[in-house]
Design a protein around this ligand. Structure first.
Ligand code: PHB
Length: 402
């Protein structure tokens, strides 16, 4: 029979995605040790296609805390986006309106940089584990129990435990139902996402509203592009040939200005479902939740990864204070601080989604109103600035005041 190995650590982190690894990195800089475990292998996480836009504060976090400056060399600053409706493009000039840019840098690369930084620092990060469960969250010795990738039983005993285990979090369900409030909104559509081998169709991202539905023209590199179009949540990817996909995308962006997409071989196609979701509170005893485990947003506006990194920043600060002072009451400051940003991002993601998608069952009134809304945003500096400020991200300090 296998003997169970025990490890002591100040912080135990379930989930080695961006939230978990960034937290582990920031704690390390504060002299606090942690162990991170993830059911997925490092290769599996690297192969997951996720969104690709970073707020400037997320870029500064990666660079200034020494994760990597690769984002500055290989990422691309985008000083604005284009909103298209009625077949006409309207640029929102982030730089001119709020003095900030966003960066095109895929989440996969953020993960690669974080995993490499943690490895360089000799961190204890265990990928590819099985049967993870957490115990004794209200007691003195919270534990993460799991079977490691070699089949050995492991227990990590810690003072503080963090659930950064993604949207299907098991940690979240440790908060008793009577104390857990969940807020969610479902959408009657999904995104059909493709990767294709083609040059850029536009210098910046294009968010297109059309009678046929929403489309987003994003990028990955000079030669690989990422595009999405609104579809039914039950859409069958196999029903879509390359030709049919290109026809649909072209129809959604076409207009009197003659804009069209540069086509190429489609190398990946997936239907992405999403919902708006928030769990409160983000603390239960000695366990704290971070990232998708606590909240998810629809992808319109690319807030998910940025929120995860913002959670990690606040949580690292709160944990550092708790560890230094031994005062566990400071853990109560985490949830309200994190949530003030979360709800702004929830509103923004919901707003962008409902403004840009066609809503099944919408009346003529609804459709005309939507165009009125888009005209207000693109036709006034105040409207454009509102979008630019939210898209580029709110300053970290604002989260203290709400
Ligand atoms: C992406 O590049 O995958 C992406 C970009 C912007 C979004 C969502 C996804 O709003």
């Amino acid at each position: 029979m296998n003997r169970t190995s025990r490890t002591r650590s100040t912080v135990g982190i379930v989930g080695g995605g961006p939230a978990g690894l960034m937290l582990s990195h920031l704690l390390h800089r504060a002299g606090i040790d942690s162990v991170t475990v993830d059911n997925r292998t490092r290769a599996e996480i690297e192969q997951t296609v996720r969104a690709g836009i970073l707020e400037s504060d997320s870029v500064r976090l990666l660079v200034d805390t020494g994760v990597s400056d690769r984002v500055l060399r290989e990422g691309h600053p985008h000083d604005g986006i284009e909103l298209r409706f009625g077949g006409v493009g309207h640029r929102i000039d982030f730089k001119g309106l709020v003095g900030e840019s966003t960066w095109l840098y895929p989440q996969t690369d953020v993960f690669i940089d974080l995993a490499a930084a943690r490895q360089r620092a000799g961190a204890d990060v265990r990928f590819g584990v099985r049967g993870t469960r957490v115990e004794d969250l209200l007691g003195e010795r919270p534990r993460i129990c799991f079977t490691d990738s070699s089949g050995a039983e492991q227990v990590v005993e810690c003072d503080y435990l963090v659930g950064a285990d993604g949207s299907r979090s098991t940690c979240r369900h440790e908060i008793p139902e009577a104390q857990r409030r969940q807020f969610s909104r479902e959408y009657p559509f999904a995104w059909f996402g493709i990767l294709c081998e083609a040059p850029h169709s536009a210098p910046e991202l294009v968010y297109a509203h059309s009678d046929r539905g929403f489309a987003l023209i994003s990028q990955r590199s000079e030669t690989v592009q990422r595009m999405y179009f609104q579809c039914d949540p039950d859409e069958d990817v196999d029903a879509w040939s390359d030709d049919r996909i290109w026809q649909e995308l072209q129809a959604r962006v076409s207009g009197p200005d003659g804009f069209s997409l540069k086509e190429g071989a489609i190398t990946d196609r997936t239907v992405l479902r999403f919902r708006s979701f928030v769990c409160e509170p983000m603390r239960h005893g000695n366990m704290l939740l971070a990232g998708d485990a606590a909240h998810t947003v629809p992808p319109t506006g690319a807030k998910g990864l940025n929120l995860a990194l913002a959670d990690a920043t606040v949580l690292a600060e709160v944990l550092e204070r708790a560890v230094r002072t031994g005062d566990k009451d400071v853990l109560d400051t985490y949830s309200p601080r994190a949530q003030s940003r979360v709800w702004k991002a929830q509103h923004f993601s919901y707003w962008m989604t409902s403004m840009l998608h066609t809503i099944p069952g919408a009346t003529d009134f609804d459709r005309r109103r939507q165009l009125g809304e888009l005209s207000m945003v693109t036709g006034s500096e105040a409207g454009s600035r509102f979008l630019a400020e939210a898209y580029t991200g709110w300053p970290q300090t604002a989260s203290r005041r709400g």
